[in-house]
Write a protein that binds this ligand. Structure first.
Ligand code: ADP
Ligand code: ZN
Ligand code: ZN
Length: 743
């Protein structure tokens, strides 16, 4: 093409910890679509060959062209989906993570390894006006080209490449004709599966909505063609899922796709079954249980538009969509949306960016919205859609605080709790005992000298387990056999301290021998179907006791449970993290939501040593919304998120001095740079992390805070560049966490 720049350099993103791209010269074979961003290439990198992704095509490199290596091969005949590429670039920029690693993480494993994608487009070749005008004797010295020209003349709409090649014409002949300006190439999408017929979309009818649900849905309908973020706040059982289903119906009915994110713990067979029962079109699920082949299939189904409905956990936010129509984030406050290592992204926040980019509705649902989302709703940036009543009969149970002070406890349970359990079982109902600690007891103690079983590698106690008997550190997974005597004073008077799920299970089994006790935690459900099996039994409805951790608190419908006992509310609420109250309250409300979902009203007993604590009382007396309001005021006063933006630099090393030294140098360099740039970003630390020693390594952190996100990002970018250029930092593991969930 005259005047178009000469492409000499491909900038390639490569999976590496470095925040930079690498320049290569193109491979001699030009891919059918021409060189474009989004193509996977195989390139030499150090002594290996790796799969990278072209992100820019340029005329020049900063290096002399002769110093550049060549791309070995192009792996795609069309670029990876542009919406996916956009999201990865956004993610890398926002989270200050290397683009190469971001792209790598966001790709199904088989594609990372270079596996070919099914073609998404095909080429069609047709005559140009010059080709039409050319006579049959136009190419006397190229008889095959002339024959090809004749063949195309018979097909006014052109022919797809496969049809041409099948007639034993070659690609070179097509290229030659194209170079002469006689034929041209068009790229057309492979026809996706036919759009569902809107009249036959539903396999089972939508429920008639109550007034609040109808109001929420019509608010969503007002703008299906633009960015339209809505926070659907409603207690468990208030019918949020029904609103999602009807929004999906509208979106899919218009030939678009819906992507639904659910918490890790929430993508149960029950949830999926509910979606599949409603719609006649395929519902693709993305979760950790898929094989790599299944994952690639799901990815391709979404990317091609064949899958109108995609449901998945955190990483599903990176699923490409051919025709995006709506994004839904269920339980938007859930901590599992934040990835805590490597690429530290928050799927809910990426959903916001993505919905904005695609200009589509975004529906975030929760019984207990995050303070971040509430603040945006209060500011009017997001539409606030409340569902205040349960779709089914009963109002959500109130929390009753049970004072633990001065009361004897059995397996962690005070006498009034045991009585309530006994009454409930006598009435023929089921009881859920929530205790957020697995194992038999939080630790083992020597009664003679006060020794406690501590982990050698962490600043933490080891948990006592009985099934099988051992001491285990829940932070580094180190295990130890149970000592026969105290290692300090040789006394044999070793006793469990406190209660975990195993001990509570044991106590309840002794106390209520006639009813089955099901323990549900990570240890009891290691077998894949053990959890579902227990739940199936529980759903039959016979009186029983359930003892469980978080695993039970979310997502599961337990219609016959009418009493919930929270063994210890204090552990979660009064942890040192600034989000502890918010997250502790969310968990309590979730657990409470398990009670009384069907025919019977429910009761929730919350054991605490602090029954007069103003936060806990506010939650018990006036509910989550009132507490959230108060917490927002406190956050504003303390200049904490959502009123301030934070980033956390974490440093770790097996050598305490090495981490400390780098931490101090980094902080000093950053402060000097901030002063010079006159950026208002504060820098706190370095300080030891809440658990300084973990897995035998020392953890330090440096906190950055700013009122303006742009200032924080500028500082973050400088910081990562500085660390990358600092030789000492290569011996220390470091990471920058933007919008950290825990400090
Ligand atoms: P949430 O997602 O808020 O927990 P669900 O959508 O799961 O609530 O609804 C709770 C229960 O109420 C479900 O069994 C659902 O089928 C039922 N339900 C929801 N909306 C309605 C409605 N409009 N009419 C009758 N039942 C409803
Ligand atoms: Zn001792
Ligand atoms: Zn440990």
């Amino acid at each position: 093409m005259p005047g178009s720049p000469i492409l000499r350099v491909l900038r390639v993103a490569i999976p590496s910890p470095l925040h930079r791209l690498f320049d290569y010269r193109p491979a001699p074979d030009v891919p059918a679509c021409g060189w474009q961003p989004g193509l996977r290439v195989r390139v030499p990198f150090g002594r290996r060959e790796v799969v990278g992704i072209v992100v820019e095509c340029r005329e020049q490199s900063d290096l002399p062209l002769t110093a550049l290596k060549r791309v070995t091969a192009c792996l795609d005949d069309a670029p990876l989906p542009p919406d996916w590429l956009w999201l990865c670039r956004f993610t890398a920029r926002y989270y200050q993570h290397p683009l190469g690693d971001t792209l790598h993480q966001a790709l199904p494993v088989l594609l990372r390894q270079g596996r070919a994608l099914a073609p998404r487009t095909r080429e069609r070749w047709a005559l140009t006006p010059a080709g039409h005008a050319a006579g049959s004797d136009a190419l006397p010295r190229a008889p095959r080209q002339a024959a090809l020209l004749e063949m195309l003349r018979q097909h006014p709409h052109g022919l797809v490449s496969q049809a041409i090649l099948a007639q034993s014409f070659s690609r070179d002949q097509l290229k030659a004709l194209s170079a002469k300006g006689l034929v041209e190439r068009h790229e057309e999408p492979l026809t996706a599966a036919p759009l569902p017929d809107p009249d036959h979309l539903l396999a089972s009818p939508a429920l008639p909505l109550n007034r609040e649900q109808a109001h929420a849905l019509s608010a969503l309908h007002e703008r299906l063609d633009g960015y339209h973020p809505c926070l659907l706040e409603g207690v468990t059982g208030s019918g949020k899922t029904e609103v999602y289903l009807q929004l999906i119906e509208a979106v899919v009915g218009r030939g678009r796709q819906a992507l639904i994110l659910v918490p890790e713990i929430g993508l149960t067979p029950q949830t999926l079954a509910r979606f599949r029962k409603r719609f006649r079109v395929p519902v693709v699920a993305l979760h950790s249980g898929l094989t790599e082949h299944e994952r690639l299939d799901a990815w391709e189904a979404a990317a091609s538009g064949r899958a109108p409905i995609v449901v998945g956990t955190r990483s599903a936010i990176f699923t490409p969509l051919a025709r995006p129509g709506a994004l839904i984030v269920d339980e938007e406050h859930d901590a599992s949306y934040k990835q805590q290592d490597g690429l530290r992204y928050h799927a809910r926040d990426l959903a916001v960016a993505r919905a904005h980019h695609h200009r589509i509705p975004l529906l975030l649902g929760s019984a207990t919205p995050s303070l971040e989302s509430l603040a945006r709703a209060h500011r009017g940036e997001w539409r606030h859609l409340p569902l205040t009543r349960r779709a089914t009969r009963h109002a959500p149970a109130r929390l009753e605080l049970l004072d633990l002070r001065g009361r004897p406890r059995l397996g962690g349970l005070a006498p009034p709790a045991l009585e309530a359990i006994s009454d409930t079982l006598d009435a023929g109902h089921q009881v859920l005992v929530f205790i957020n600690r697995r194992g038999f007891a939080p630790t083992l103690a020597c009664h003679a000298c006060g020794w406690l079983a501590e982990c050698d590698s962490c600043d933490a106690r080891m948990t006592l387990h009985r099934q099988p008997p051992l001491l285990a550190c829940h932070h580094c997974d180190r295990r130890r056999v149970l000592p026969d005597a105290c290692p300090e004073c040789q006394s044999i008077d070793l006793r469990p301290l406190g209660s975990g799920t195993e001990r509570t299970e044991e106590t309840l089994a002794e106390r209520f021998p006639k009813v089955p006790v099901h323990r549900i935690d990570r240890d009891s459900t290691r077998r894949r179907d053990a959890f579902e099996q227990a739940l199936t039994e529980v759903r039959r409805g016979d009186p029983c006791l359930l003892v469980g951790t978080q695993m039970l608190a979310k997502g599961h419908h337990l219609p016959h449970v009418t009493l919930v006992v929270v063994v210890n509310a204090d552990a979660g609420l009064y942890a040192s993290d600034f989000r502890a109250l918010e997250q502790g309250a969310q968990l309590l409300v979730q657990v409470a939501g398990r009670a009384g979902r069907a025919a019977q009203p429910g009761r929730v007993l919350v054991q605490t040593m602090h029954p007069d604590d103003p936060h806990l009382r506010l939650l018990a007396e006036r509910g989550y919304a009132a507490l959230a309001e108060r917490l927002l005021e406190e956050r504003r006063a303390a200049a904490l998120p959502p009123f301030r933006f934070l980033a956390l630099l974490r440093l770790e090393s097996a050598r305490e001095e090495a981490a400390g030294e780098l931490g101090r140098r980094t902080a000093a360099a950053l402060r000097a740079w901030l002063a010079e740039r006159q950026l208002t970003v504060d820098c706190l630390g370095p300080v030891p992390a809440p658990m300084e020693r973990r897995q035998g390594r020392y953890h330090l952190q440096l906190m950055l805070g700013a009122e303006k996100r742009s200032a924080l990002h500028e500082a973050g970018a400088w910081l990562t560049a500085w660390l990358e250029a600092t030789p000492e930092a290569r011996r220390i593991r470091w990471s920058l966490d933007i919008d950290p969930q825990t400090l």
